[in-house]
Design a protein around this ligand. Sequence first.
Ligand code: FES
Length: 562
Amino acid sequence: MVEPAGPSFTFEGRRYPIPPGGTVLEALAADGLPSFQRSPRYHRPRAPLCGLGHCTGCLVRVGGRPNVRACRYSPADGDVVSTRNAWPSRRFDLLAAFDLLFPSGIDTLRGFRRPAWARGLYQAVVRRLAGFDGPPSPDAASGPVDPPTVRRADVVVVGAGRAGRAVAERLVAGGRAPLLLDRGRSAPAIPGAELLPDTTVTFLPPPGPADPPFSLLGFTEPARGLWIRAREVVVAVGSYDAALLFGSNDRPGVLTADAAFALDRPGAAPAFRAGVVFGAGPRARAVVERMGDRIEALIAPGAVPPELVRACSDAGIDLHPRSLLLAAHGRRRVRAVDICARARGPVARLPCDAVVLAHRRLPHVPILFQAGARMQWRPEPGAYFPVADSSGRTTVPGLWVAGSVAGPSTDPAADGDRVARHLLAGGPAPGAPPASLPSSPAEAPPAPPFPGEMDGYYRELLRLPRRGRWVACPCEDVLLEELEAVPQRGYRGVEVAKRYSGLGTGLCQGRYCLPDALLVLSILEGRPPADVGYITQRPPVVPTPLSALAALDPIAATDGGP
Ligand code: FES
């Protein structure tokens, strides 16, 4: 092959040109959907699931730095990118024998009881397996090189998508100077607002009676810790496409609509050529309209609306309404899926090279749980949303929500503008709950009707015979059987399920496993998902180097800093 002439990085001995401003994933996706790594326990091949920087499907090692997300990392000239969670190589991994040796899962938490003399060895081996990669090399572990920053801000806007930008623009027009934080690196600047790109943030500690009441801990890639004190915070972090439970649901080629859109770039080889879409809402329609020439079939858990029927008909896409997705087939990537019509229809096999998940759009809620906002389960789409009034005020004084994190939104920019207008008009005084919002559980608004569509879907699906591994938590390789064992052993609630199985403890912080785990536990425990609860969100809610935390000066932060 021709060696690149310009800036390049090396992956498995081959040099790749660095696309301008592009990521490792974008560079490697020029050849199609890349599979970077193996899963932690069973060493199953994994590939990007989300394309957003939230899953663990694209972790690589860059030089001595482990667990770098290829979809977010812009390589530097000369970088050496590798994968370590395989031996001897990513493509031929002898450790994949664990996938065959432990068909019912590896018990990494409790070890086995007999013979007692082998218990220590067993635990040493499985604990070594139950994790990604090794520690950073000494040079990579040297920590932040930039001095930590302590900031005070009038209003912090978290998220620079359409809603967050509309909030910031309206605040600037109203004479405020918001600080806008965004995980991405390419959000355009807004005159009058300060934009910090590549920045993740968490509440530390939950908002209290101090003035200013909000203390936020941020981390700006690659090496700056950030402590922010703010009077008001607007959370506009948006939503994402959910994962789905079925056999071999972790196979390369199973990806969310977010990832399908992220990988669909000019000049790149298509991530798939003959995919199936799961879903029947606006998101599935967007996939059909943009990639209809590469979609073979649409599988819907319920009815398919007429406009989507027409779009599929125009694109020559087969329709499978009211169907269950049973299993994916293929060793290195998806080659086919098994489906059946609901109410025990016959099983049909559909050849395909990808499964695009576009059935549920869920809000990014960990930061809101962590801020102490009251949350409420909504059966459609099957997720927790913040309790907020029409102006965007939450139950935490000074904390606002805007856009699709607050609820399904058809016009996030208009939502953001509306929230900012209310904020400018004057929010509640610090320490006083908003008048129109409940201040105790007894006053909480009535729960919406239960159950939702995916609840009925899983009730039917879980009764059927299974094939392939059903991975309930891809980050930690926790199987559905392990989740089902929790209520069988007499434990109740998702927090206990997390502690028992390890589900929800991975790098995605439960984004891709908890929504379905809540539905499954709700079915098994015989009570609504809201009663199953949610896992405790402790700071930080996004991965943050310990060195970034250690470099912060708490006294300077408390006193307002420089
Ligand atoms: S594909 Fe990179 S984190 Fe999900």
